[in-house]
Ligand binder design. Structure first.
Ligand code: ADP
Ligand code: MG
Length: 377
């Protein structure tokens, strides 16, 4: 039966899908430098109830955004042409069509438990849930990396955010109980077991609930700086700069590019170091790597802020094995690796420190590695 027939028969292809948010254990600001990342999917996910339509309309509803549905004509979609939250799902439909897939409209009802703007990738969760639903409903046969690339292109070209591939790969390709070791150059991936409970550990997520305005402009500028540095060094990407040659390479760069380049190169090394420990089953060894990663983001990449610094410093002082900001920076969330029996003390210490500093109380929860995008009904 074709989609059109089934709609006439009152049974348009439909279903329910979920795609998660993520936290990145280590490997920050490396994904647009062809480098390595190590995200885990969160139990918090975007759910989408999707029913195909044959009249070319995309009707988008979000429980969180509220209000009536946003109605868009699929044929009229143009990059930059949709305002507000609806641009994320619309971007996916536009990108599928731009890639040559003859897809049309749908009724899409979104209900997401991923906090927005908290550095936990609520935007990729929306893109990936819609992409996965369309892939299934239209039988497109796209695999995980192809779906992630499509969702990234949607965010880059239609929404206009020059993000790397990590968030979309995490939302689509993560599996329960594992971290995703991803080479963002060729999307080679390996599921790395992360049995936190088995190791007597917990991964605490601290959403600082601040996002400084700087974020978007600074991100584009940092990305451009990395590309300029790679070009000056005659490299395809900063990924290709060997840590052994870092000091000599920095000498060849203008002063303002040296710290960010040092961050990217040492951060890639930290991902490899983390993997080496995880492969030996030594999860606790991640702690100091996280804290070193935070120092690099704060001092070399300069994307931290007083709130994330306070959360990291307080968590470590309260007994966390290590902590760092996660996500693009200038606010968002911090992760802290703790022993199971210090989890509550660490969370309480951070909350008290925020109150004492006059900040709004952070939101805290424990992350358990969850599965990537999938059909649930
Ligand atoms: P992050 O991806 O880190 O959460 P972004 O700024 O990239 O932050 O994306 C947040 C945006 O994604 C929101 O401002 C909103 O437009 C959209 N979004 C995320 N979740 C939802 C939702 N449940 N309903 C509607 N829009 C959402
Ligand atoms: Mg986002």
């Amino acid at each position: 039966m074709t989609d059109a027939q089934s709609v006439r028969d009152g049974a348009a292809p439909a279903g329910v899908w979920a795609a998660p948010g993520r936290v990145n254990l280590i490997g920050e600001h490396t994904d647009y430098n062809d480098g390595f990342v190590l995200p885990v999917a969160l139990p918090q996910a975007a759910r989408a109830d999707v029913r195909l339509r044959t009249d070319g309309l995309l009707r988008l509803h979000s429980e969180q955004a509220g209000g009536g549905p946003v109605e868009l004509a699929v044929a009229d979609l143009v990059p930059g042409g949709v305002d507000g939250w609806a641009k994320y799902p619309a971007a996916v439909v536009w990108t599928l069509r731009a890639a040559g897939y003859g897809v049309g409209g749908a009724d899409v009802r979104i209900d997401s438990s991923v906090p927005t703007g908290a550095g936990l990738s609520s935007s990729a969760a929306i893109e990936c849930v819609v992409a996965t639903a369309y892939n299934d409903l239209h039988g497109l046969g796209l695999d995980g990396p192809a779906l992630a690339r499509l969702a990234q292109r949607a965010e880059n070209e239609f929404v206009g955010v020059p993000c790397g591939i990590m968030d979309q790969m995490a939302s689509v390709c993560c599996t329960e109980g594992n971290a995703l070791f991803l080479d963002t150059r060729d999307l080679a991936q390996r599921q790395v077991p992360l049995d936190l409970a088995g190791a007597g550990l917990r991964l605490l997520v601290i959403d600082t609930r601040v996002k400084h305005d700087l974020a978007d402009g600074a991100y584009a500028e940092l990305r451009a700086g990395c590309e300029r540095a790679a070009a000056l060094l005659g490299l395809p990407a900063l990924r290709d700069l060997d840590p052994a040659g870092l000091a000599a390479a920095l000498e060849r760069l203008p002063a303002e590019l040296r710290p960010p380049v040092r961050h990217v190169v040492t951060e890639n090394a930290r991902v490899r170091e983390a993997i080496a420990h995880l492969d030996l089953g030594d999860l606790a060894a991640l702690g100091p790597i996280l804290t070193a990663g935070h120092a690099s983001l704060r001092d070399d990449y300069e994307v931290s802020c007083p709130e994330t610094d306070l959360a990291v410093d307080t968590a470590v002082a309260a007994g966390a094995l290590g902590a760092r900001m996660t996500g693009g920076g200038f606010g968002g969330s911090v992760i802290a690796l703790t022993a199971a029996d210090t989890l509550d003390a660490v969370a309480a210490a951070v909350t008290t420190a925020f109150t004492d500093a006059g900040y709004a109380a952070p939101r805290t929860f424990t992350a358990v590695p969850a599965r990537g995008a999938h059909r649930i009904g």
